[in-house]
Design a protein around this ligand. Structure first.
Ligand code: BES
Ligand code: ZN
Length: 646
């Protein structure tokens, strides 16, 4: 690639200007709404803000706004049309570099329709290809393109893969670096962009997106189909642009909340999600105004590879969170919490993913405590803490492993490699440690001010620590020593000042485990009277080796193989399969062929594969059936297990 050394000084000056143009994003937000002008969010220039997972050079030219005009073609599994990008370029900038992966580029023009030169560079297996466009002075560029049928961000479902079985379905998943497979833009979380979209879909399907829905019913298009338009006037990280298309019904829940789902699912979804409005109120009391206007959710078909995805204004959800008793709604608290940590203040690079997920896991638990009380919240903390210990023990090197740092090195790796439980649970433990050291009142006030100071801006680990020192620690040397901040962020393991969550809440369960493990009767275990957290604690704490007769009596007594709660079923299957307990195999097969949530699918296949020929044979058989129904994200993880490279 050419380096325009003559424009370097200008680019550096431009970078300074970008960094300086927003001391307070709140002021920007205000002026943007008052003047109707678009907010331009800053790009950070520090060394740890450089995103190695994007080809973009935002210090030379950056995208500030994306306008999509696309048609979803279910026959060919392609979405295509035009992306019109507003470009802010340094003086003398010759070109802009975008991210793309598998896109078929047909033409690039300026706003007047004049052709611009463009080229796709060498392909990297993780990152895709740089799409370099010669600007020739253009401030807007229009790209005509088509996504590939195997675009990793998109899953095109057949009618059989939906609840209604009559209509196809499409959803996108952008995080971490998948959106470049359907949107040619700078796909870096530190380069925030406003956006708008017009999406044409076949009748009678509806399109929904992670922005303001301008035409809930759509508008008929000459030549067939309906067009839906959306807009997001706040600058967001591009991984947060999301689309779903299907036979969708909507059920309002509260003044600013509601849920979309296939018609046969929407009532059950609405019953499960009744507390959402209250969750927003609780979060606002703690951390300041909800700045995204509405908070709607969509329950997707079961192949959705995650529990939830915090797409702004429209959280995407797995149907496996519908337990019938609202016992898994911490997932909603979590995705809602991202409206502050993640969507408002965003990790500048995937090395600081913990700034999104650790903060969010902490806030999730605070919301749970507000709504359901301390006992339930502490139980959920304790489950996460136990999971963290197990996860650290399972990585090579344990507490010494660099994978247990909060700020991680992802050189040469897909960001997916860093997406373990560690940023979630160690990150939350870090914030709880600070909370306990300074007191709740002071820490809550600090966090609220942190979100105000950095609203609609990217964040790095080092900037967070600097902000904490400036606004919370304020030179208190004793406090500084007590917090061990750098150790938490940059060193592996769990620092010595971590405070494990209290486990008294689980005392009765732990006693039952001890008694049962010592040969006690199954009838002495009050499983049916327990909450979901208690049931999970029980199943996860039982000895990992149990004879078939004992597994059979547990299964019979508590109906484990037929349990509706996906988390409880998962915990049971992990235990049963690790003991080669044959009668649980049909339940495992049902579960693994009825949903594609990676958090459940990957560990269950891993467990089977650890059980020699017995397990491998079952795994191969089930995977052959299930693989075609899974999302690319889940397929990638399970393929790596089944056919390890080399
Ligand atoms: N943002 C994540 C999902 C994600 C992470 C997608 C990394 C792509 C890459 C979301 O907020 C999340 O953490 N979901 C969890 C649920 C949560 C309660 C721990 C999940 O999907 O299980
Ligand atoms: Zn999350």
């Amino acid at each position: 690639m050419t380096l325009f050394s003559s424009s370097r000084a200008a680019a550096a000056a431009f970078a300074l200007l970008l960094a300086a143009c927003s001391p307070s994003a709140d002021k920007q937000a205000d002026s943007a709404t008052e003047s109707g002008e678009r907010m331009v969010a800053p790009v950070l220039t520090g060394e740890d803000a450089k995103d190695i997972h994007s080809f973009a050079r935002p210090e030379i030219a950056r995208v500030t706004h994306v306008a999509l005009d696309l048609t979803a073609d279910f026959q060919n599994k392609r979405i295509g049309g035009t992306a019109t990008l507003d470009v802010q370029a340094a003086p003398n900038a010759q070109e802009i570099i975008l991210d793309s992966k598998g896109l078929e580029i047909h033409a690039v023009t300026n706003a007047e329709g004049q052709k611009l030169q463009w080229a796709l560079g060498a392909a990297d297996p993780n990152l895709g290809q740089p799409l370099t466009v010669q600007l020739n002075g253009a401030e807007q560029i229009k790209i005509r393109y088509l996504s590939a049928p195997n675009a990793a961000a998109l899953q095109w479902l057949t009618p059989e893969q939906t609840a209604g079985k009559k209509h196809p379905f499409l959803f996108s998943q952008g995080q971490a670096i998948l959106n470049r497979t359907w949107i040619p833009t700078q796909d870096s979380p530190g380069i925030r962009q406003t956006w708008e979209a017009r999406i044409v879909v076949p009748e009678p399907l509806k399109a929904v997106m992670s922005g303001e829905n301008m035409t809930p019913e759509g508008a008929a298009v000459a030549g067939g189909g309906r067009a839906f338009t959306f807009r997001m006037d706040k600058p967001v990280a591009p991984y947060l642009i999301a689309l779903a298309v299907g036979d969708l019904a909507f059920e309002p829940l509260g003044p600013r909340t509601g849920v979309y789902a296939e018609p046969s699912m929407v009532q059950a979804a609405a019953r499960e999600l009744v507390d959402t409005e209250q969750m927003i109120d609780a979060a606002e009391k703690l951390y300041g105004p909800y700045r995204w206007d509405r908070y709607d959710m969509i329950v997707l078909p079961p192949s959705f590879p995650f529990g939830g995805m915090e797409n702004p204004r429209l959280t995407f959800l797995t149907p496996t969170m519908i337990a019938g008793d609202r016992s898994l709604v911490s997932l909603i608290a979590h995705e809602l919490a991202h409206s502050w940590s993640g969507n408002l203040v965003t990790n500048a690079t995937w090395s600081d993913f913990w700034l999104n997920e650790g903060f969010t896991s902490y806030i999730e638990n605070r919301i749970m405590e507000s709504l359901y009380g301390r006992e339930r919240a502490v139980m959920e903390q304790a489950l996460a803490w136990e999971g963290l210990q197990k996860e650290i023990a399972a990585v090579d090197g344990g507490m010494q492993s660099p994978a247990t740092r909060l700020h991680i090195d992802l050189k040469g790796q897909d960001p997916d490699a860093g997406m373990t439980g560690i940023p979630y649970d160690k990150g939350a433990a870090f914030l709880r440690t600070i909370e306990q050291a300074v007191g709740r009142e002071r820490f809550d006030a600090y966090l609220r001010s942190y979100f105000d100071r950095h609203a609609f801006q990217p964040m790095t680990g080092s900037l967070f620590l600097a902000d904490l020192r400036k606004n919370l620690i304020k030179g208190d040397q004793a406090l500084e020593r007590k917090l061990m901040l750098d150790q938490w962020v940059y060193q592996p393991g769990i620092p010595s000042n971590a405070v494990p969550p209290p486990t008294q809440a689980f005392a009765a369960v732990d006693q039952a485990v001890t008694a049962y493990a010592a040969g006690g009767a199954v009838t002495a275990v009050p499983f049916q009277g327990w909450s979901t957290s208690q049931r999970l604690r029980f199943l996860n704490s039982l000895p990992r080796e149990l004879p078939a007769a004992r597994l059979a009596e547990l299964d019979r007594a508590f109906g484990l193989s037929n349990v509706r709660n996906s988390e409880v079923l998962f915990a049971w299957l992990q235990l049963a399969l690790a003991n080669r307990y044959e009668p649980a195999v049909p339940a495992a097969e049902r579960f693994l062929t009825s949903m594609g949530r990676r958090k459940f699918v990957e560990p269950l296949f891993k467990t089977l594969l650890a059980e020699g020929d017995w397990g491998r044979q079952i795994a191969e058989r089930i995977y052959a059936k299930a693989r075609p129904t899974y999302h690319a994200v889940t397929i990638g993880s399970v393929d790596a297990l089944m056919r390890p490279a080399g």
